[in-house]
Design a protein. Structure first.
Length: 496
């Protein structure tokens, strides 16, 4: 009996990961990522960040070749394709569907003034009630920069798209996008359930540059004969799911319902929660987008909190304070110190401006240090607690927006490997934490299965998720944790 596979492609800024998921077992049969060293990001000027879309395609081909070789899979055995991608990037193509310039990716900051001016000119109420965000540094503002600074490029634009839309276009030969994707670019008007024509008119964009809209789940296109020959796939294979990396991470953890949260804590930290209504933060400290299961009739919004200074602080402590021990030993040392770190408090914001602090750059600082009693173990624990406190600060904003947060789902990676980190977050947030083994490419593959009806719903698609840990709040030490968190917020408020 022939195997049946689902292909997931996860287009990140550091690499492109590909996964083959076996339909019948629900398990990943093979995965690969290219390049094996971090992909280059072009920075012609300070604050700029660009990548060549062709590089994403080349790395997709390399990854697909490897996983098909490792499994012996044939193109006929791959039943559907799902795509996850780095959010907010801008790809511009001409009528021949050729990229006109490198993609301006998510971490490029050149468009900030264009978004801020639109927010002032159009008014906060108009932007927030329709877009649910300030235009900020998102895709629409990036396109405004191209229009003003590269008019000869702008005049040739046939369609604009996000990185995932580009890979789907290379697979199918057809340019299209999703409501979820348009919302993350600030092109979607939630109040009128249509492309945001008022923002398009403000920037002077022609409506024709918006690609056709297809469902997030469902047949969005089919692999063309040309792409099939290039990749070793079967022509006609459906592309049936597409989602930005954070909504897709939530899907990968089966976070689909109001009150559920997907969290990551790598170099930066992300808390992505599902809200059951179209709402926004008046100060734009968090961002609201259409989640992968959004519809106008049943709105499912993804509220995104990103904190730049999280895991990078833990890494800094490791490399500069405890270079001779590994992360598990750091956790063991920190666990010997009482909750609250004997009065040591760390502000973890040493990785640039923080949106959750209204784009202020308050830096990292250590408070309450006593040279006669505090040790490296106190610093380790206080750093971890400071990172958790920053998460909980953002979660408070989400609750103010109406989110009833009961569960946090996370992948077994980075700081969620730490029991101390998990216990602290569960106790202060009051939410149960469940940790799973998963990744974005696997999730995209299963999303593709949902898109063609192999799985009836996300519960069925992710029934085979490998559960790693379940953490309940520690009610016995709740007061000690909350005292430490209150002290942290008092110090933060003095700095902002």
């Amino acid at each position: 009996m022939a195997n049946r596979y689902l292909l997931g492609i996860d287009v990140g800024s550091s690499s492109v990961k590909t996964s083959l998921v076996n339909v019948d077992t629900g398990k990943c049969a093979a995965s690969a990522f290219f390049p094996e060293k971090e992909a280059p990001i072009m920075a012609v000027k300070a604050g700029w960040a660009e990548q060549d879309p062709q590089m994403w395609w080349d790395n997709t081909k390399l990854g697909l070749k490897k996983i098909m070789s490792d499994t012996g899979a044939t193109g006929e055995e791959i039943k559907a394709i799902g795509i996850s991608y780095q959010m907010h990037g801008l790809v511009c193509v001409d009528k021949n569907l050729q990229a006109l310039r490198p993609s301006i990716i998510w971490c490029d900051s050149r468009a900030v003034p264009y978004g801020e001016k639109a927010f002032l000119d159009l008014g906060a109420n108009k932007c927030l009630t329709h877009l649910l965000n300030s235009p900020g540094n998102f895709t629409a503002a990036k396109l405004a920069w191209v229009k003003e600074n590269e008019p000869e490029i702008y005049e040739k634009i046939y369609k604009i798209m996000l990185p995932g839309d580009y890979i789907a276009m290379r697979l199918s030969g057809v340019a299209n996008t999703t409501v979820s994707g348009l919302s993350e670019g600030m092109f979607w008007d939630f109040k009128n359930n249509q492309v945001a024509d008022f923002l398009m008119k403000y920037y002077g964009f022609d409506d024709s540059i918006i690609a056709d809209i297809v469902p997030t789940f469902g047949v969005q296109g089919e692999v063309s004969a040309e792409a099939a020959a290039e990749l070793g796939l079967k022509a006609g294979t459906p592309i049936s799911y597409r989602g930005g990396d954070q909504p897709n991470n939530a899907l990968s953890l089966n976070v689909m319902n109001p009150g559920e949260i997907a969290a990551t804590a790598g170099t930066s930290g992300v808390v992505y929660g599902v809200l059951g209504e179209a709402n926004y933060d008046k100060l734009s400290r968090v961002n609201t987008f259409a989640h992968v299961n959004y519809s106008a009739e049943q709105p499912r919004m993804g509220v995104l909190l990103c904190i730049s200074g999280t895991g990078i602080l833990n890494s800094w402590v490791h490399h500069h304070i405890t270079p001779n021990i590994d992360y598990p030993d750091m956790d063991r040392l920190a666990s010997q110190i009482p909750v609250g770190s004997d009065g040591v408090t760390v502000m973890p914001f040493g990785n640039g401006a923080e949106r959750v602090l209204q784009n202020k750059e308050v830096g990292c600082s250590i408070h309450g240090l006593n040279f006669n009693k505090h040790t490296e173990a106190h610093i380790i624990r206080a750093a971890q607690e400071g990172i958790v406190f920053s998460f909980c600060y953002g979660i408070e904003i989400m609750r103010q927006m109406g989110m009833d947060i009961k569960t946090i789902h996370a992948g077994r990676a980075n700081m969620f490997k730490s029991a101390l980190f998990r216990d602290t977050l569960a106790t202060i947030s009051g939410a149960v934490i469940d940790v799973y083994k998963t990744d974005g490419a696997d999730g995209a593959a299963k999303g593709a299965g949902m898109g063609i009806g192999i799985y009836r719903n996300s519960d069925e698609a992710f029934a085979s998720l490998e559960h790693y840990a379940h953490v309940d709040p520690d009610e016995a030490q709740k007061s000690e944790y909350m005292d430490a968190y209150t002290r942290w917020k008092e110090i933060l408020n003095k700095n902002i």
